[in-house]
Each structure stands twice: as C-alpha cells, then as structure tokens.
Ligand binder design. Sequence first.
Ligand code: AMP
Length: 546
Amino acid sequence: MNGTMMEYPLTLDHLLDRAQKLFGGVEIVSRLPDKSLHRHAYNDFHRRARALAGALIAAGLGPGDRVATLMWNHYAHLEVYFGAPLAGGVFHTLNPRLHPSDIAYIMNHARDRFLIIDDTLLPLFDRIREHVKVERVIVVALTGKPLPDGCEDYEEFLRSAPDGASLPALGENQAAGMCYTSATTGRPKGVVYSHRALVLHSFVCAMADTLGISGRDSVCPVVPMFHANAWGVPFTCTMVGAKQVLPGPHLDPVSLLDLFESEGVTVTAGVPTIWLGILQALEREPSRWKLVPGMRLAVGGAAAPEAMIRGYDRFGLQVVHAWGMTETTPVGSVSVLKRGMESLPPDERYAYRAKQGIAPPFVDMRVVAEGKEMPWDGASLGELQVRGPWVTASYYELPEASGQFTQDGWFCTGDVACIDAEGYMKIVDRTKDLIKSGGEWISSVDLENALMGHPAVAEAAVIAVPHPKWGERPLAAVVPKEQAKGTFTPGELRDFIAPKFPAWWLPDAVIVVDEIPRTAAGKFLKRALREKFQDWKWEEGGQKSE
Ligand code: AMP
C-alpha cells in the first residue's frame, strides 16, 4: 500500500517564492570590488532572479542549457543560482583561479551557451574567448567601466525580460547546477546537481546537528560560490530566510573581520587556510573586532587542525568541522558532539571535534580495504566510500571515470579514513598524499596538525619524498607566524611533536618556507611541493632538520 500523500516536487522555485512571501524584507549584503556594500532584500532577489529566468528563456535558453558564471560571491551570482534553474536551465560555476586552458576545457566539455561574468574578470575571459563557443556574454558591471564589444550589460539583460513571462514547471530530478572538481591530477570532472539534491542538502544543513542555519542567522559564506555551491549555504539561507552576507573578492582577514563585525555575522564557512589567517589577526589585535559571541565557523575542504579549534574557542567562537566533496554537494559529515560528550575531558572533546565527524541522515559511509569493509574501531584504515541522495552517481559525460563507483552503488572518495565506534570518521590522507616509509603508512595530516599546534607555526604541509632506504620519508614545509620568524629551530619543532608520534613518523627534514603553494580552492598544493623537493638529498642516516 502506498501513502496517501501528494507528490510535490522538491525544486528551487519553491524556496525562492517562499523566501519572498515570508522574508521579503530580509537583507542580502554584498561587498563590491571597491569595498562598498550593496544591499538589497529577498523581495528584490526574487523579482530579479525571476526576471533573469524570463530573459534567459527569451534569449533562447532551452531545457537543460548551461549558464556559466565567472563571479565572486555577490547578489548577481545568487540571482544566477536561482534564475538559471528557474528557466529550466543549469547554472555552471567556473573557478577563476584555474588555469585559463582548464577553464576553456571545462566550458567546452559542459557546452556552456551563456556566460555571466564580473567585469573585473573580463581580462581572464579575454584569454579564453577564442577557444570557447559561448554564445552570449553578459557582464555584471561592478566597477562601472564601459563594457567591451560583444558583451551585454546584466542590468539591461534583466530589463529585457518579457513582462509576466511564465516560467516552466520543474521536475525535482532535473539538473539545476553544475560544478567541475578542481582536480589536482587529470582533467576536471563534471558533477551535476539536481533540484532534489540541492533541496534535501539544504534541509540537512539547516539541522541543529549540522550547520544549524536558521532564519535568525546572518550568514557569510567565505567559501567561493564557484566551489561546490559555497557548500550549499546560499540555498540553505534562502530556504530559511537567513540574512546573507557575500564578501565579494575581499577575502583577506581584516576585510572579512570588518564585515563579520559590521553585519553581525553569526555563521560563516570556509577552508582552514582562511581561518588560520583570521586567527592570527585576532591574536595580533584581540580587542579590535566585536564579533557575535558564539559565532560558528564551518571549516572544511581540508582538515581543521585541533590547535585552531582550540584557538577559536579562546575567542568564544566555535569551529564546526565538516567534510565533503564537490561530488557530495558537498556536505558529507559534520563533527558535532553527541549527547553526553559535552562532559568528556577537554582533550577527548577536542579529539572528536577535530575528526571529520558523523554522517548526517541519508548519507551512508563505509571504509573499505582490499575489497573488505573495515570495522568501526577508530584504527582500521581504508578508502572512504559514501552514498546518499546528494552524492553523485556518475560524472558528466565521462564514462572512463566509472571506476570511482562500485558495483553495489557507492562512490569511492579517494580519501583514506577510519571510523570509530561512535561513528566519527577521521580523514587520514588523500590516497596519493599518504607517506609509505619502510612499508608502513604515515599520515601527513596528523603531522601537519601537530606542527600547526606549535605557537610559532602559521601553516605546515608534510609530503612524501623519495628515500633510498625507506622508499619515502616525510618532509615538512613550515611557514612561521609573522612575529615568530627566526625564533625557533626546525629541531625544536620536531621535539615539540615528538611525544605524539612513533619516532619513525617524525619528519626527517623540517624546512622553513615563506608560503605554501595553494590549489585553486585555497588548499595546500602538495603536488607542487613534491615536485620542488623530489630530489631532496637526505643526509646519511636521514636525520636532516634544515
Ligand atoms: P573538493 O571537491 O575540491 O571540495 O575536494 C574534496 C576533498 O577535500 C576531499 O576528498 C578531501 O580530500 C578534502 N577534504 C574536504 N573536507 C575535509 C576535511 N574536513 N578534512 C580533510 N580533508 C577534507
């Protein structure tokens, strides 16, 4: 027997219409390139996103056609997030930090027909224009500079929408958005988000036991909207009617802290490198900013070091550690404490919070090694596999990547992990970042987190470097905090972390560097470090420290 309930599609138009009906006056604040603040409200957002949908249809957008974006986080990007899907099309976020040839490859592979772009990013587009077949280029004139030939003005494009144009009925399994993985090896791979996946993901991100985003919050996604939909935050905010604070291109610590203060931000989200910088700024000038007490910082994209979680607690700000991937829309686990864990000794609590956390409802997780599922004992390592309604079941038009999906319907993440008896998952490494020394595995993530626990260390990345005797040995690249330059020796850093690890885990070389190269998503680019140090000459006995 079936239930008697209606079939009601889980589509994005519902979120937008409801936001207009119930939260029409709630603000959306965007920082522009000149640092001024653009303000409008859900009423305007609703009207303009629908106008964009109408204008796209009038301009010839057909069902499923792709509307690419090259934009920072601001009101117009948000309008495309909804406007393109409401027209029956698909928004496709492009990462401006990628190499132009990769952007061109991605645009061609996705067959983007429209491009909506910030005027500040036009010089980047000029480098790829000849190599892509995009038909219309619509420019958001953020700086007011005149537009080059062959481009249309975004505001005029909105005005071209026919009055009272009706928008198509949407199905929940229809594609709404698209994003390519920022692959560190091989070609980028496309993931296509359905309306249903984005809606269900929004419900989960609003749960008190995940990111807990509510209509009372003021939410600032620092994570770019071109990186896994800014972790779905703009959709969740629209669903619950939260104030949205979009930081534009200004992602340095002082600009962000100013914005958090002036807009009363209560929830924010980004990769650890952003939060390491902000923590340093707070430590330098502890009383400069009045932040909302208990502000929550969702941290993911790379491991949140335990020392950083403790550091923010000292300022009354709460790190919420989460794990996810472009392929998982992206939230796949969140580290919140279960009932009773609040009263554990602090070290145990921090250890749980530094893990990547437990799966939310409808995400299944398992760890598999040599074809066998590993026990939840907190020690047995293997590849993390996941499944769920917002986990991709394939890559867009890339059958050769079918190896990442198992026969029994799981997605292979490429992350090496273990799961403890309470269900808390811990990422140990990317498969390719693990260090194999004398046949045994060493976790680069654990070493990095321990090094970043030293008060003089701003950032640390540990890589495997070929070694004649052991196969590979760990080498640590360390960036000192500004005020700590020259105040420590590499040997001291080794001594500092030594009590936490077996002796053979300790990096054989600790090298002080000015900066660690980053991926387009702001994570440590270990491949570049590996290339730099591949011919490193280990001293006799392998105990070099500088
Ligand atoms: P992306 O698709 O660019 O978001 O990258 C996804 C990858 O980032 C994952 O497969 C992990 O390797 C890594 N990642 C994401 N969140 C975390 C986390 N909290 N801790 C460690 N690694 C993470």
